[in-house]
Design a binder for this molecule. Sequence first.
Ligand SMILES: Nc1nc2c(ncn2[C@@H]2O[C@H](COP(=O)(O)OP(=O)(O)OP(=O)(O)O)[C@@H](O)[C@H]2O)c(=O)[nH]1
Ligand SMILES: [Mg+2]
Length: 130
Amino acid sequence: MSHLSFKVVLAGDAGVGKTNAVYHAFSGENKEGPYTPTIGACVHPLTYDFPDTLVTLNVWDTAGNPAFACLPDGYYLEADGVIIVASDPNLYQDRTDRICQGALVMVVSPGELNDETFVEMARSLLERGK
Ligand SMILES: Nc1nc2c(ncn2[C@@H]2O[C@H](COP(=O)(O)OP(=O)(O)OP(=O)(O)O)[C@@H](O)[C@H]2O)c(=O)[nH]1
Ligand SMILES: [Mg+2]
C-alpha cells in the first residue's frame, strides 16, 4: 500500500460553506454553532483509501473575508490542487495561474461543495500522479 500526500487550497468567497464542508468531509457530521469566519488558513488532512494507495489531501481551508487573509498568495505556494468556490472564480483563478501554475483546478458553485468534491480531487490527483 503506497501513500501519497497532496496540498489542496480551498479558496473562495466568505460564508459559502468552505469550513462546514471540510468539517463534514472529516467527521461525517454537520458543524454546529454560529458562523465563525476562518482567519488566515486552517489545514485539515483528509485521507481516502483507494485500491493500493492511500491519498491524503492536506486541505488549506482559507479565509474568504479579505480582512482575515492578508497574505493570501503565500497559501497557494506548492499547491497540487485548488478548489474554488466563488460567484466569480476569476480572482482565484488568476492567483492560481500566478502562484501555482501546474495545480489541478476545480471550480464549484457556492452551495455545491460537498464530500464528493474532495473525493473527486483525491481521485484526480492520484490519477495524475501515476
Ligand atoms: N450568522 C451568519 N451566518 C453566516 C454569515 N456568512 C455565512 N453564514 C452562514 O455560515 C455558513 C457557512 O459557514 P462557513 O463554512 O464557515 O463559511 P466559509 O466559506 O468557511 O467562510 P470563511 O471562513 O469566512 O471564508 C453558511 O451556513 C452561511 O449561511 C454571516 O455573516 N453571519
Ligand atoms: Mg471558513
